[in-house]
Design a protein around this ligand. Sequence first.
Ligand code: SIN
Length: 284
Amino acid sequence: MLSISPLTQHIGAEIKGINLAGDTSDDAIAKVNATLAERGVVTIRDQHLTIEQFMAFSRRMGPLAIHSLNQFSKPGMPELMVNSNIIENGKPIGLADAGRDWHTDSAYTERPYRTTILYSVEIPVRDGVALGDTIFASTSAAYASLDDTLKQRLAGLHAVHAHGVAREKRGGGLALEEKQHREIHKGVEHPVVRTHPATGSKCLYVDEGTTARIVGMEAAASEALVKQLLEHVLQPQYLYRHNWRVGDILMWDNCSTLHCALGDYLPTERRLIYRTLIQGTVPI
Ligand code: SIN
């Protein structure tokens, strides 16, 4: 029997009573997608999936996208990305530092991904505590609590998003592949407040990772406004922190949430997570 429980007041839900390795009904998949749209983040724990079963589940959630930074796709499976710090035969098998800044996936593209789906295969554990948590913030709950004056000020504003903005601001250089990726994704405009395609709720759509500036504002004023909005979104009441276990499915909605992955483990503490992406729509 499928059950759905909220993880915090504003964000996240855990779904139990569903075995993704078995026959999952269309009705169950529809409930997962509806919960994701309503709660922003969904986890389904204790799954035992082959890569093929993970891919089959992902495909049923929606049409899969292929990430343009694809050197860490699984060979022969362009839609399956690998987040990992594991080195095999002297070569990294995955992207070791995916998502260390607060961001929403592929905001630097015309049609950012609707959903990201992860499946954990190896999680670093030290002294009995799992490391490398992924933290989420609800941009819909945060928007809803803004005062009307600020909502009016934001209406109609657009921001420019580019790949690697946070890394550049910190002074960290971009790796060669990332520089090439940046050349392709050097600036796309999206509304600062976007409307969720399924629920119609309004969501703040600025982040640390990709938001370069707000169109039509001086640099200092633009930075101050983005900082103010991020400080608002990242208040504890809008957050959910996922402490990983092996066998977790964790998925999120890239319109109504921001996320960041903690890098609090050593290169020798193995982490292996598979990732798929569902195609999205142009933000409006
Ligand atoms: C990401 O995909 O942005 C990183 C998520 C994670 O590895 O925890």
